[in-house]
Design a protein around this ligand. Structure first.
Ligand code: PMP
Ligand code: GLU
Length: 383
């Protein structure tokens, strides 16, 4: 039988986070009491105010194509947000709104990469980065971490070649929850500037941050680095809107224009009435996400107190993950055992470029976390 699948498609791994989630849901549907600590999505309903805005917009017939980069009103509101909260001055034609931050990132890779261009990704990384780079014809280059689980700059320096086009920064990080300090960002910015490398700053977990800390956008450090940055953000995490699919990027005008052209020829505009709902999200802002973030902080603190003493992890100051090591057990073997014997669904660290770790998400109830800690305790005693 003739093989019709492209070489490009064959190279791509399915998203591990989404696959484990699917498997856990299937087991739950069979009546097995699986504690699902796999997928990273807030377990809260989207705030009522946002839903009402979408409903209202539907009733008013806002159901047609919009400007393919997103309605001007929303791009203006995003500019205001970036200025107010991140000290970043952008104009609406430097913003492209897409169907989720994942889509923004993929459009971006298509817009900046020539065949063989290299993108440096520090491990552990979010599962989709290397695959997106490959799909766009680029070459992912994995960089080591330091003891803080931020990028090891000496290794980054060694990896840079004339083909290096971009570096991907994700702070707060998926899968570790680690937040880069200002000094770490300054040192990174200096290196990237000196070697003329773009910085893709994925700031999707920006608001999910604890202990009164704030995530700094690397683009806000100087106008020189801002000119080399593409800031990516979205509504999925902050406003618990994963299923609505809305994200955006802010970029120097030539890159934003290239992204806008790609989007106009592929998916066109993000969903019309979702854009109207996003306007309300940005307007009401903190009031909508603060209660959720406070609950995440409680759960993070609970896990710090109750995870088995034998497990080690970098302390998560943001996002809703722990990246745990239980010793030298290969992560896929461990994840399979945890699911089959203890009914806990976790994502193997291998998929994040760090075997010997597993990622757990605490976007689930305290009740579930309590049970998960008991089961992990039993699992650890078994090894
Ligand atoms: N970046 C990171 C680091 C993520 O964890 C996610 C999770 N989905 C995304 C981007 C994309 O989010 P979305 O497409 O839902 O906006
Ligand atoms: N980003 C989330 C996660 O890492 C959602 C799933 C996905 O898009 O990968 O679990």
């Amino acid at each position: 039988m003739k093989d019709f699948v492209s070489l490009k498609a064959k190279e791509i791994q399915p998203s591990a986070t989404l696959s484990v989630n699917k498997k856990a849901r299937q087991l739950q549907q069979q009546g097995i009491e699986v504690i699902n600590l796999s997928v990273g999505e807030p377990d809260f309903d989207t705030p009522e105010e946002i839903k009402l805005a979408a409903e209202q917009s539907l009733k008013e017939g806002f159901t047609k194509y919009t400007d393919s980069s997103g309605i001007l009103e929303l791009r203006e509101a995003i500019c205001e947000k970036l200025y107010r909260e991140n000290s970043l001055a952008y104009l609406p034609d430097e913003i492209v709104v897409s169907n989720g931050a994942k889509h923004s990132l993929f459009n971006l890779m298509m817009a900046i990469l020539n065949p063989g261009d290299e993108v440096v990704i520090p491990a552990p990384y979010w599962v989709s980065y290397p695959e997106m780079v490959k799909l766009a014809g680029g070459q992912p280059v994995i960089c080591a971490r330091n003891e803080r689980f931020t990028v090891e700059l000496n290794h980054l320096r060694e990896l840079i070649t004339p083909k290096t086009k971009a570096f991907i920064l994700n702070s707060p990080s998926n899968p570790t929850g680690v937040v880069y300090t200002k000094k770490e960002l300054e040192d990174l910015a200096q290196l990237l500037l000196s070697r003329e490398i773009l910085c893709i700053s994925d700031e999707i977990y920006e608001k999910i941050i604890f202990d009164g800390k704030a995530a700094i956008s690397i683009a806000s450090l100087s106008s020189e680095i801002k000119d080399r940055c593409i800031v990516v953000n979205g509504f999925s995490k902050t406003f618990s809107m994963t299923g609505w699919r809305l994200g955006y990027l802010a970029a120097p005008r030539d890159i934003a224009k290239a992204v806008a052209n790609i989007q106009s020829q592929t998916t066109s505009n993000p969903v019309s009435f979702v854009q109207k709902a996003a306007l309300v999200a940005l307007k009401q802002n903190e009031k909508l996400y603060q209660p959720m973030v406070a609950e995440f902080a409680r759960r993070r603190d609970y896990l710090i107190k109750n995870l088995p003493n034998q497990v080690i992890y970098p302390r998560p100051d943001g996002a809703f993950y722990f990246f745990l090591s239980l010793g030298k057990i290969p992560s896929e073997q461990l994840a399979t055992r945890l699911l089959e014997k203890y009914q806990i669904a976790v994502v193997p660290g291998k998929d994040f470029g760090a075997d010997h770790f597993i990622r757990i998400s605490f976007a689930t109830s305290l009740d579930n976390l309590e049970k998960a800690c008991q089961r992990l305790q039993a699992a650890v005693a078994d090894y």
